[in-house]
Write a protein that binds this ligand. Structure first.
Ligand SMILES: CC(C)(COP(=O)(O)OP(=O)(O)OC[C@H]1O[C@@H](n2cnc3c(N)ncnc32)[C@H](O)[C@@H]1OP(=O)(O)O)[C@@H](O)C(=O)NCCC(=O)NCCS
Length: 151
């Protein structure tokens, strides 16, 4: 089941963030602010497996561009469709914010995530060299949100 994150989910999301994002993980303060801040420009979703917060996704909205800032699933429940359900929920909510395309950045060496995004219909539109702290490049990917939209 996918739903908006609540204040009680902060600790679980912080733990997932640390597990899935490594040294780029956001601080608890940042996650708490995002979940409790009630900003219309940022959305935290969680995926539940038997009441356990097993995955999360964070999207930001600015005008006609939505950005998938984070998506992560606990290692023991991967390949069960949780990230797919989270991404579907982001894709469903985004047009209501005025967005017509969803962008993301992913490390060029993150083969699992690249395969996941390709399976979901994202296409590479750009690369940002030396984007990450360790020198890895970011692959910029995009999926259109509106039928017939080719942005
Ligand atoms: C990438 C990630 C979010 C995928 O989550 P998930 O819940 O396992 O994904 P799903 O079960 O919805 O996968 C859907 C499809 O994507 C593809 N896919 C997902 N993970 C894959 C992997 N590691 N290798 C190859 N293909 C993969 C497959 O086609 C899969 O369908 P299948 O299981 O029927 O073969 C998860 O591996 C993760 O949290 N990784 C660490 C964090 C990360 O890299 N996040 C993205 C960058 S911020």
């Amino acid at each position: 089941m996918i739903r908006q994150a609540r204040p009680a989910d902060v600790a679980a999301v912080v733990a997932l963030e640390a597990d899935t994002q490594g040294e780029d993980a956001w601080s608890e303060a940042l996650v708490r602010d995002g979940i409790e801040g009630g900003l219309p420009t940022i959305s935290y979703l969680v995926g539940l497996v038997e009441d356990r917060v097993a995955g999360y996704a964070v999207a930001s909205y600015a005008g006609d561009i939505a950005e998938l800032q984070r998506i992560g699933v606990a290692a023991d429940v991967r390949r069960h469709g949780i990230a797919t359900a989270l991404l579907d929920a982001v894709v469903a909510e985004a047009p209501g914010t005025g967005a017509n395309r969803l962008l993301l950045e992913v490390r060029e060496d993150n083969a699992g995530a690249l395969a996941f995004y390709a399976a979901r219909g994202f296409v590479e539109i750009d690369r940002r060299p030396r984007y990450y702290r360790d020198g890895a490049a970011a692959v910029v990917m995009r999926i259109p949100l509106l039928k017939g939209c080719s942005f």
